[in-house]
Each structure stands twice: as C-alpha cells, then as structure tokens.
Design a protein around this ligand. Structure first.
Ligand code: ADP
Ligand code: MG
Length: 353
C-alpha cells in the first residue's frame, strides 16, 4: 500500500458523514430518482452501502473509477468554472479504496438486467470483475471503513453514536431538498432486525419531504418563505464581471426558498439545532455572519428552525474553498445579509407584539 495515497485520502473522507455525503452526491449526479437505501451495518462501522437507480457506470470506466483524480464529470479544465454536478474531483472512490474494502455493483440501461460486480484493491486498481444480476443503477459498498488507519478506526468506534447522528442530520438535509428523489436509510445492529431511520416519499415538494422527516404536526410551527433579494454591487467587487452596458454596477438576484419557524410559537428547544442551508439545492455551510445577523430579527436568544435554499448565479459565490466543499462564500456578503434581514423583518411583522 502506498502511504502517500493514504495521507492524501484524508482530504474528502474524514468520517461517516463525509463518506455518506460523497456516495449520495454521486448517486444524485448519476440522476438517480431513488436512493433506495443508505444501508448501514453497526451504524456504518461494518458496512456503508448506497444503492441507487441512476444511469450506472459504462464498462470503459470500470478500470479508472477508483483511481485518484479520475472523474467522468469534467471534460476540460474550463469546466471547473461551470460545475453543475456535486462531485468533480475524482477523490471519493479512490480515497475509499485506500480506507476500506470497496465494491461496486453497476448496470447501465443497455446492460440491465445483468450487471457487473467490481472489486477494487487498496490502490484503487480494479482487482476483480464478476457478472451479476442488477437493474439499472449502482451500489457502492464500503466495508470496514478506516481499517487501514487503526487510530482513526478506533476513534470512529468510540464516537460511533455521535457520528451516526451527524450522518443522519446530513441525510435529512438531502431528504428535505431532493425533490423527486426518494431517500431511505436503514441500520442493522448485530443480529437484530434492520430498522428504517429515514424515508422520504420522493414526491416533488419540499413540503412533502418536511412532513416525511419531521411529521405533519410540525407544519403549523413553520411558515413557508419565498422571497427575492436584489443586490447591487460595484462592478469592481466582482472577479469575473460579465459584459453589460452599465460598467460600474452589477445586480445579483438571490431567491430564498424554504421554511422558517414562527418567532413566537416555533422556537421550542428542540428546534434549535435544526438549520438546513443550501446553495442552489446543495447542502452547505454559510459564513456565520450571514445568519447571526438574521437571527437578531427574532429579538431572541434562541435560533429558529430554518430550511433555506439560497438560489443565485454560480458566478456570485465560491464553493470549493474547503476540502469537503461545504463552506460557501457569497460575494458582497454584507449587502446580502442586510437585505435578508430586512426581508425577514417583514415576514415576521405579523408576530411582533
Ligand atoms: P467524482 O464524483 O468527483 O467524479 P468520485 O470518486 O466520487 O469522483 O467518483 C468517480 C467516478 O465514478 C465518477 O466520476 C462517476 O463516473 C463514477 N461514479 C461513482 N459513483 C457513481 C454512481 N452512483 N453512479 C454512476 N457513476 C458513479
Ligand atoms: Mg463524487
């Protein structure tokens, strides 16, 4: 085994959540409408498996799938600036091959109902190809994550409950936002029955997903938000200002869609850690200032329950600044924060005493 490979692998796969995140995003990139199961054994310690009904993997890619920097999602370097898909670095499967026993079962439209089972070695090389039955789609199995890094594995064992809870929050985040994608997560511990931990119906609305995940009883506690922010910036602020007649100013249109708890009725203690943020439908972390200001509109120390999908042009924010691609920097952030605050003050107006 190459130790260099293993050290580099620390980048995208650091725990259970990042593993699940990478696999789920691969399924979404493959246009799956059903992630039939995120199947865990012993909370992921023994097995993490993601089963989708996406487009599958064409035969010519079998060999390269788990090699470092192999990706089918970029055709040229310029693509880096117009990324549509979640993944594009070709690091997840290569890291997982070094950190676990990686197996892929896949079938394309043309191959179904027969497919291939692919086994990869620790260097990401295709070790075995076995014909097998499979409907269109892909199953990625990660057995004994971190087995090659005993200290990390020990840590995973010690924190497994917390890791599991974190992974569940992440899956909820995908479950809420993924319109028309059915997501299920199950766990099996020891010899006991497999239990379903999360299941969304795959119906085409965030509202439906909300009910599936949090229960219909929670609906009256929140209100739908859907508003638009128009931000005018100095052109010089923009790195890649596009051509326009007006040379000095540029307008950014930001749409914010989701749910927020009512400032008076909805701020129960159990909602404080429920904040789900997205940029263009991708779960993310936004800079703290962005929301701290917004919370102040509540005149409360408690944080609201929030589901907010912030939709804006790709040229107006930076994504891949952190290894896990989750922290987002929005250009001209202060103006966005102010505009957001003003909007929410209006939304909450009926609740002011
Ligand atoms: P990236 O997503 O950055 O391209 P990954 O290591 O996550 O890199 O995946 C490598 C390649 O494997 C992808 O580019 C894609 O071609 C293929 N792949 C992985 N998972 C799936 C899946 N569930 N369905 C179809 N293709 C997949
Ligand atoms: Mg990927």
């Amino acid at each position: 085994k190459s130790s260099v490979h293993r050290i580099c692998s620390g980048q995208v796969i650091v725990d259970l959540s990042t593993t699940i995140k990478e696999l789920v995003e691969n399924s979404l990139d493959a246009q799956a409408t059903s992630i039939a199961e995120v199947r865990l054994k012993n909370h992921g310690l023994e097995l993490i498996e993601v089963i989708d009904n996406g487009i599958g993997i064409p035969e010519q890619n079998y060999e390269f799938l788990a090699l470092k920097h192999h990706t089918s999602k970029l055709s040229c370097f310029e693509d880096l600036t117009v990324i549509e898909s979640f993944g594009f670095r070709g690091e997840a499967l290569s890291s997982l091959s070094a950190l676990s026993k990686l197996t892929v079962i896949t079938s394309t439209e043309e191959q179904a109902p027969s497919g291939r089972k692919l086994e990869y070695d620790a260097n990401g090389r295709l070790a075995k190809t076995i014909p097998t039955a499979r409907e269109r789609g892909t199953t990625v199995s990660v057995q004994r994550l971190f087995e090659s890094l005993p200290v990390r594995q020990k840590e995973f064992k010690r924190n497994v409950k917390r890791e599991f809870a974190k992974a569940l929050t992440l899956l909820q985040a995908y479950g809420i936002i993924s319109e028309g994608v059915k997501i299920t997560c199950t766990n099996q511990t020891g010899r006991s029955e497999r239990t379903t931990i999360l299941a969304t119906s795959g119906n085409k609305s965030i509202r439906e997903n909300f009910v599936n995940i949090f229960g219909a009883k929670q609906l009256p506690q929140v209100m739908a938000i859907d508003f638009q922010l128009n931000i005018e910036s100095e052109r010089s602020m923009m790195v890649d200002a596009t051509e326009s007649d007006d040379n000095s100013r540029i307008e950014t249109v930001i749409q914010v869609v989701g749910y927020i708890s009512k400032p008076i009725h909805g701020c129960g203690r159990n909602t404080t850690d429920r904040q789900y943020y997205y940029i263009n439908g991708r779960p993310c972390t936004l800079p703290k200032a962005f929301f701290n200001e917004v919370y102040k509109t509540y005149n409360s120390n408690q944080l609201p329950f929030v589901i907010a999908d912030v939709r804006l042009d790709k040229s107006r924010y930076d994504v891949n600044v952190s290894p896990d691609k989750r922290t987002i920097y929005i250009h001209d952030e202060k103006k966005v924060v102010d505009a957001m605050k003003n909007q929410l003050i209006q939304v909450f107006e009926p609740f002011r005493s």
